[in-house]
Structures are given as structure tokens and as C-alpha cells.
Design a protein around this ligand. Sequence first.
Ligand code: ASP
Length: 261
Amino acid sequence: MSKRGGALDAIEAAIVVLEDDPAFDAGIGSHLNLDGRVQLDAIVMDGATLKAGAVAAVERIRNPIRLAREILESSEHMMLVGAGAEQFAREQGMALCDPEELILDRERTAWRRCREDQHAAEFHVDHAMGTVGAVAVDSRGAIFAGTSTGGTCCKHAGRVGDSPLIGCGCYADAEAGGVSCTGFGEAIMRIVMAKTAVEFLRTGMTPLETADASVKLLRDRGHGTGGLILLDKNGEPGFAFTTPRMAFGYVAADGNFVIAP
Ligand code: ASP
């Protein structure tokens, strides 16, 4: 049975599926931090109002993107972290989960390896990242972008990367387009990559030129690798990455679903 909804419903639904899929570093199956705990970050942004809802370092939320949406829609604030974010979830009637529910054996093993090998811990060798994101434009011209992550493996407790930060891991502006990023957060933050990409769109660059220019800037000025997906305000897609791979898909103008080879 198909359900109808707008751009916000679309990105929430897409990201919930990805958070629930253990293949990705978001929700269940996220990387563990140095203390062996999962701390999750997520954001959703409305391109019409430029308001975001974001959460960081939550440990008891199964689908952080849902809590980010709750903040977007029901809070005067744009970002809540840790225990305060979980308190807000309870106040909104959302169920909290047992932190253990988010942890997979695969991640415990990777965590042990990372702790034993400083190099792996610092550069995530053999432990690919897997942040998830989505961007949607609907028939009314509403544009939303969202990002959700477990962050980097063996990060310090309380470390927050680019993903939930407005302008870094996500940005949407109905006048230009919407962007969701992945990659080494400390590099992405240096160039405020999602907002930078939206500004590239504003100069008249195509979505593909924008994506390419963004990852080049990430390499040259941020000294890091990463990737991004984006839609311009007309729904035209763009994507680029300098990581070994980045899975992505989009709905083409003819309605067909295109996935990365
Ligand atoms: N950008 C995320 C972070 O630094 C990680 C990733 O995209 O895989 O937290």
C-alpha cells in the first residue's frame, strides 16, 4: 500500500529504514566510541524556514532522525544533546531504548581492534564509515535534508562530528537546494561543507559541478575525504565522493529509481 506525504515525511522514512539497517553507521549497528558505547547524532532541516532539528550524543534513541524531526516541529530550539535530548524525547512521548539494543557483535570486534591499534583508531583503517542521509523536494516545492550517524569509530566520549551541525553535515535552502554529507567530520567542519555546497548552487553551478567542487575543497582546504548527496531546488541530483565508495540512489525525472553501480 502506498502512502502519500511531503518531503519531510520522505526523508524521515528513508533515514529510518537506513538507521534500522545494520549495514550502516546509524541507529542499530553504529560504531562504538572509545568507552564502548554508541552515541548517535542526527539532523533534519527545512529549506523554507531554515530551521533545523538536531540531536547529538544520544544513547537511548533507536531512531535519532525521529527525535530530530520532533525538535524541528515541537521545540523552540534547534539542537539538544545527551541526557537533555533524551529527556525531551520522553516529554514528547517517545520510547527510549536500552543502549545495548544498538550494539552489534561486529562493532564490538571492530572496537577491540581499534583500541589495540592506535593507527586504526585514528584513521579508521578497515572500518569504513557509513553515515546515512536523504534530501527531498516535493510537488509543493518544499525541500528538506537530513543526516544520521553513529560517528567515527573509537571517538572520544562526547565527540560530535559534522553530521548534526547545521551547515556542516546538512543544509537546505529552498532558494538553492539541499545537501547531506558524509566523511571525516573534523575535515567537513573546517569547510562547513553542506552550506558551502548550497552557496555553490547559488552561483549557478550544476548539482554535479557543485558536488565535485565540494569534495575538492574538502581535500584541498579540509585535508580530508568524504562525500555528499544533493538536490537543487528543481530536484536535480548531484553526488561526489573521495572515499573508496559511497552508496547512493535517487528518483530520476521519469520516476525510475537509480542506484549507484
Ligand atoms: N561524518 C561522520 C562523522 O564524522 C562520519 C561519517 O560520515 O561516516 O561523525
